[in-house]
Ligand binder design. Structure first.
Ligand code: HAM
Length: 425
């Protein structure tokens, strides 16, 4: 049997790539406009990094990580446990601490784009290798930066033409709120213990907040009447949350308060948010992006006490939600040698255009004029340039506009300028 890609991991072939490029370019432009700079982190990290940050009792760490023991030493024993990164925040924090970035700048704003790995059950919009684009901002306790980040991402999603979305925000407060709320939640859940699914019964002992996240219908029903997180915030946490929502109101950013939003990673404190797609194209995996504040993670990974906030979005899901747009061909001009005797001249012509920044393809195998024109058409190029012996003698080229269905003779010394005009550059 022929070999196939690993289950849940997809090839992205050139026909799809222009949409990816468009999305990645738009993301870079947007976040750079807010002062974020790109950072790139390794795909492999020590397993301990994710266990300590994402949390031992989360689905990601319990079930979904690709972990293996590295070889080490001559005998291959005592290797370190390594994991393919399931997300980017932990790596960003590790790098921030490792390079003592905090000593160099009071506020640090990074962004990243790259593949992440989670061994989830593959479904539409849910893969085992998927791409995230995300940002992390260190050193600002908020709440204004929280609002700015949410406003930035909401504006970004709208700029992609994705209009059917809902922006959910919540606060889970800091450690004091968490301790108090967890106790209230446990007291509420205890009478229902045996009605909860097995996972949730375990979660009650290990990490009760996760029960609020459970998709099993009876668990979700029970969670619905659980004590409200927003009502349990300490005064400081409430002031922070209101500062953020007030700032969102001022910015005119649409949002909905969702007291049950807890998100599946343990490192969060205070602000949480998610943008959920409402369009038909997405199916059940409709979380386009999610993020929040993680004020204790830098310290807990050995760095200085540094507040932080960030988000990440799933590129595959955004691509599914984005409207189609005709991008034209991947080259602008198809150069055709009408006779074998002018092939060398045609190559010179192609090079001249390419040096001027024009994307050019030609069929170096030759062939009839008709078959070469057909290839140009198939490639969806805008222009075909035909060079025959008479054109070479006259120092000209026949330029066919395949879109406007017109043809003209252009002299070689005017060709680059005329091509640019025709291409609308
Ligand atoms: P997350 O909610 O786990 O957060 O993932 C963020 C986004 O990645 C999701 O909203 C979804 O669009 C996409 N995603 C997650 N899993 C998959 C999958 N299996 N297949 C396709 N797409 C997926 C985080 O990862 C946090 N690191 C976000 C963050 C950054 N919080 C603070 N800073």
């Amino acid at each position: 049997m022929s070999l196939r890609a690993v289950k849940g991991m997809k090839d992205i072939l050139p026909d799809e790539i222009s949409k990816w490029h468009r999305l990645e370019r738009a993301f870079r432009e947007r976040v750079e406009g807010y002062g974020f700079r790109e950072a790139r982190f390794p795909i492999l990290e020590p397993t301990e990094l994710f266990v300590r940050s994402i949390g031992e009792t989360t689905d990601i760490v319990e079930k979904e990580m690709y972990t293996f023991t590295d070889k080490s030493g001559k005998d291959g024993r005592d290797g370190k446990s390594l994991t393919l990164r399931p997300e980017g925040t932990a790596s960003a924090v590790r790098a921030y601490v490792q390079h003592s970035v905090q000593g160099r700048e009071p506020v640090t704003k990074w962004y990243y784009i790259g593949p992440m790995y989670r061994r989830e059950r593959p479904a539409k919009g849910r893969y085992r290798q998927f791409y995230q684009a995300g940002i992390e901002a260190f050193g600002d306790p908020g709440p204004y930066i929280d609002a700015e980040v949410i406003d930035m991402v909401v504006g970004f999603v709208a700029s992609l033409g994705i209009t059917e979305v809902e922006v959910l925000v919540n606060s889970i407060g800091g450690p004091e709120t968490r301790t108090k709320y967890t106790a209230d939640l446990l007291a509420y859940l205890e009478p229902y213990r045996t009605e909860l699914c097995e996972d949730c019964q375990r979660r009650m002992d290990a990490n009760p907040l996760r029960v609020l996240d459970c998709k099993v219908p009876r668990c979700a029903e029970i969670a619905e009447s659980a004590p409200s997180l927003p009502d349990s915030l300490t005064d400081d946490d409430r002031t922070h949350f209101e500062g953020m929502t007030n700032a969102l109101e001022k910015l005119g950013t649409p949002y909905r308060l969702d007291g049950s939003l807890v998100r599946g990673l343990d490192y969060y404190t205070r602000t949480l948010f998610e943008v959920v797609g409402k369009g038909d194209g997405l199916g059940a995996q409709n979380a386009l992006l999610g993020g929040g504040r993680y004020d204790n993670m830098v310290k807990s990974l050995g760095g200085p006490d540094t507040p932080a906030i960030g988000f990440a979005m799933g590129l595959e899901r955004l691509l599914m939600a984005m409207p189609e747009e005709n991008q034209g061909g991947h080259v602008d001009v198809f150069v055709i040698a009408a006779q074998p005797s002018v092939r060398a001249e045609a190559a010179l012509l192609s090079r001249e255009l390419r040096n001027a920044g024009i994307r050019v393809e030609s069929d170096l195998r030759g062939g009839s004029l008709k078959s070469q024109l057909r290839r140009a058409d198939k490639m969806n190029t805008r222009l075909a340039m035909i060079l025959g012996e008479s054109e070479v003698a006259a120092g000209s080229v026949q330029v066919k506009d395949l879109e406007a269905k017109s043809q003209e003779t252009v002299f070689r010394n005017e060709l680059v300028d005329r091509t640019r005009t025709l291409l609308g550059a």
